[in-house]
Ligand binder design. Structure first.
Ligand code: PLP
Length: 471
């Protein structure tokens, strides 16, 4: 398997070559040269595999330059009961009215990003050892994504994490989750500013190319192909648990922000998994819903981006969306590049008159909807009243948006992207109930914390990195 840039300007590369990279040199995203096909007979033969074994079967088509024995070892070591608290790794539970919930949040940070990040940690360690390199991951977080990266990379050889967070702006639980990590390769930096200041620092550091290459700076954002490919696995796994017989249609509803999660569903469908609908659920930040309804893609400015009670979906543009549009454009990098050039010029593009856009539902199964704070509260309350369980705010958005798309005889699987405890305030507002804290996190706020405070200063951050990368 070789990978190209969606915009056509990259020599073909292997999985391992793109694993540690961000954007392609031409600003595009790495895309596989084809989608491997999985027959119904093969699907049938996967029915009794453990999660780690299934992950190997799916990923061996993409990571073709990793010896199969090594890849199996990596997937088996990643997806364990010890890490996910359940042998099923991603169990499915019934909701109501034809809907089911796919539990993707049983990992160490109680959110679905662990599903891919945990594998990425092991893949990075493996690949860095193979090529004799080191990597310093620099990131900014407002609370959630940073912790998934830290929990994935802690203790991994050859990797350090420098994570910027806004001092005093996260919940006590979020602070404790990140700052209580004592691993010497994890560096928490609390910046005396806002999340945007943290992001600006990361950007400025990454734009200093000599510094970046000297200090071996990298990222693990949601466009990383290793993450996307790891996410494809749970669609297969859920399908095999839910379909009455292999070949029957199953639909999925996905709380969406940067379009990484639902893109993985699209890829599973392109590989032949009998997915009927892919329901893209957004919150008040409805860039994606607008596209699927109208054919117009118009990223927002940060001023136009709402701060909501499903904050992990508060995006202004959907970074992975380009990979889907590449497929929609018939995998033609010239056509894709023309659209992104137009985006840079006009701030939007419009496919409403394009016959390929009209096939978005019929050919690709995509439908969409958006959900508001009031919808979230109502849905969380309804789920609590009807099932006695608490769902988080992002999952609630997907339950709300999925409802009108449920069809008789077609299971609708809603992806649970976080546990209720992570967004306890809104859950309490909706139900009057305080979500229980899982055992592993009891008393975490009282543990000693390892964090350095810093002013809003690019130089201070650079200085800190430089003195901590040669230990
Ligand atoms: C990241 C995240 C999302 C959005 O996923 P994308 O892959 O960016 O679309 C939804 N819910 C939660 C809880 C998340 O952390």
């Amino acid at each position: 398997m070789k990978y190209f840039s969606s915009r056509g300007g990259m020599q073909p590369q292997s999985f391992s070559e793109i694993l540690l990279e961000g954007l392609a040199p031409d600003g595009g995203l790495a895309v596989p040269d084809h989608y491997p096909q999985v027959s119904l007979a093969t699907l049938e033969s996967w029915k009794n595999l453990r999660y780690g074994e299934l992950a190997f079967e799916v990923l061996k088509h993409y990571a073709t330059d990793i010896p199969q024995a090594d890849l199996t070892a990596l997937t088996t070591k990643t997806y364990t009961e010890a890490v996910y608290g359940t042998e099923a790794i991603t169990p499915v539970r019934d909701l109501f009215d034809g809907m089911k919930v796919l539990e993707l949040s049983n990992g160490p940070t109680l959110a679905f990003k662990d599903m891919a990040m945990q594998l990425l940690g092991n893949l990075f360690e493996y690949q860095l050892a193979r090529v004799g390199q080191e990597l310093n991951i620099l990131g900014a977080t407002s609370g959630d994504t940073g912790s998934a990266a830290e929990y994935a990379m802690r203790g991994k050889k050859g990797v350090r994490v420098f994570m910027l967070s806004p001092a005093g702006k996260m919940s006590a639980f979020q602070r404790a989750q990140m700052y209580s990590l004592q691993d010497p390769n994890i560096f928490n930096i609390a910046v005396e500013g806002l999340f945007d200041d943290c992001q600006d620092i990361v950007k400025a550091v990454s734009e200093d190319l000599p510094f970046k290459s000297r200090q071996k700076i990298g990222t693990v954002n949601s466009i990383n192909w290793g993450r996307i490919s790891a996410q494809v696995v749970y669609y297969f796994n859920a399908y095999l648990r839910v379909a009455a017989k292999v070949g029957d249609p199953v639909s999925f509803a996905v709380p969406s922000g940067n379009f990484g999660n639902v893109l993985a569903g699209h890829i599973a469908r392109m590989m032949g998994l009998p997915i009927r609908k892919l329901v893209v659920a957004t919150n008040e930040n409805n860039v994606l819903d607008e596209f699927f309804k109208t054919g117009v893609y118009r990223p927002r400015t940060s001023k136009e981006t709402h701060i909501t009670s499903s904050p992990s979906m508060d995006i202004s543009k959907a970074s992975n969306f380009e990979r889907f549009v590449y497929d929609l454009m018939g995998r033609d990098p010239k056509a894709l590049k023309a659209l992104w050039d137009q985006l840079a010029k006009d701030g939007k593009f419009d496919l409403s008159a394009d016959p390929r856009f009209k096939e978005v539902e019929a050919k690709y199964g995509f439908v969409s909807g958006c959900s508001t704070h009031a919808d979230r509260l109502n849905t969380i309350r309804e789920v609590y009243q009807r099932t006695g369980t608490l769902i988080d705010t992002h999952t609630a958005d997907a339950v709300k948006v999925a409802k009108p798309y449920v069809e008789v005889g077609v299971p609708m699987v809603v992806l649970e992207t976080a546990l209720a405890v992570k967004f306890a305030e809104t859950i309490e507002e909706a139900t009057g109930q305080v979500p229980p804290v899982p055992k592993a996190f009891e008393g975490i706020e009282k543990l000693p914390q390892r964090v350095v405070n810093m002013p809003i200063s690019v130089d201070a951050v650079k200085q800190f990195i430089a003195t901590h990368t040669h230990l």
